[in-house]
Design a binder for this molecule. Sequence first.
Ligand code: MD6
Ligand code: FE
Length: 214
Amino acid sequence: MLDLFADEAPWSEPLAPGAVVLRRLARDSSDALLAAVAQVATVSPFRHMVTPGGYTMSVAMTNCGSLGWSTDSRGYCYAAIDPLTGHPWPAIPAVFLTLAKTAASQAGYPEFSPDACLINRYQPGAKLSLHQDKDEARLDAPIVSVSLGLPATFQFGGLNRSDPLQRVWLEHGDVVVWGGESRLFYHAILPLKAGSHPQVGAWRYNLTFRRAAQ
Ligand code: MD6
Ligand code: FE
């Protein structure tokens, strides 16, 4: 299909205090980002983690960085060793770091130096329930979130689980950066709609960069 907007320049949309969507910022590097995702997955494969409540997540996850996020029947934690392989998580690829720092800087966080990147992989129907990201040691650092492949509806709330949710449609190449006042806001991804992305196929990938250690 002819993509009339393929060469659109990135633009930014404010989301909440401390949060912004940088539309299409990751498009130009998407081939390199996807190749790096595949490379990470050869070392630490995607897996469906089990939550402390005994629920097997529909989203498959892996990590890169000096720390990686996991959940199992005992709880949530960051650790240097991948529990599936018994080896350290692979390093954050250079193309990831460059994008994460550029995005953070454009959003007003020029000092961002991530040490952890959680990679989520969605198939049609997969979703992420309403949650906060609060397992990181440095809550003063923002999170940079990169969407690739099929689009998804992102829900963004407030500090309380019951706060109203705004819906944000995230497409291939969109980057969300949030920190400051909204760092602990609740958020979710609605079940992925079936489809096929010309470059990625029937998948959505999301990379979230964090500062997990001091
Ligand atoms: C996703 N994102 O977009 C899920 N968390 O697939 C997140 O859960 C998330 O986008 C913290 C900060 C940014 C995010
Ligand atoms: Fe999250």
